[in-house]
Design a protein around this ligand. Sequence first.
Ligand SMILES: C[S@@+](CC[C@H](N)C(=O)[O-])C[C@H]1O[C@@H](n2cnc3c(N)ncnc32)[C@H](O)[C@@H]1O
Length: 229
Amino acid sequence: MSIKNLTKKNITTADGSTTIYIEELRETYHSKYGAITESDYVYIKKGLVYWLEKNNKSSSSIFEMGLGTGLNAYLTYVFSQERKLDCNYTSIENFPLTPNNLNLVLFKASIPSEEHHHFFDHLHQCSWEELQTLHHFNFKKIKQDFMTFETKQRYDVMYYDAFGYHAQSDLWQEEALKISYDLLRPGGVWVSYCAKGVVRRALQNIGFIVERLEGPPGKREMLRAVKEV
Ligand SMILES: C[S@@+](CC[C@H](N)C(=O)[O-])C[C@H]1O[C@@H](n2cnc3c(N)ncnc32)[C@H](O)[C@@H]1O
């Protein structure tokens, strides 16, 4: 299914931050209970911070499935600047949002750290497939289908941010999750807002050690999976 031509509109979520709603899928790019709150809690705190602390590191390579609005990438950039981290951030997106969909002014008004807003513009305006380096943050966006993505590169943390199971069940099956597994280094962490039992069992079948964690506001649980060393 192509997401490109579906009807999108900006909505404001419970924490005041903005996201995009797709009418035909009845699906949002982030939680309606708080876009920034979810992104920060699920991906940064339970994914990146967990990996950094567990491994006592100040650098990390992150792969994001689904660049979308760029919110996860932006918040990770801000976090890396505040914590003085070296980050490699690669994000894949098969259906890029148009500037019109993004309505950059509206988005920027709801994201924190005004001094870093230039990175939000940059991540949307920079070329696909080209490495961008800014203050120890290496950023690359790849315009491709995750299901056929191949690289020799391996990552420490995977932000798995596909649309929900009801909207994109193919991305929650073993075939797709195995691509995630293969992209991670031993000890690497896969993290997602999703808490579905079928997804948890699929992750376990592949070989991940899976934990159910308390979810962000509005979601009882979420999943984190570690690739054994
Ligand atoms: C929930 S949204 C991601 C939100 C995003 N992480 C953000 O911070 O705004 C899911 C994203 O995955 C993208 N996507 C869906 N299927 C894909 C695929 N097979 N390959 C790559 N990207 C895909 C969608 O176009 C959408 O942008």
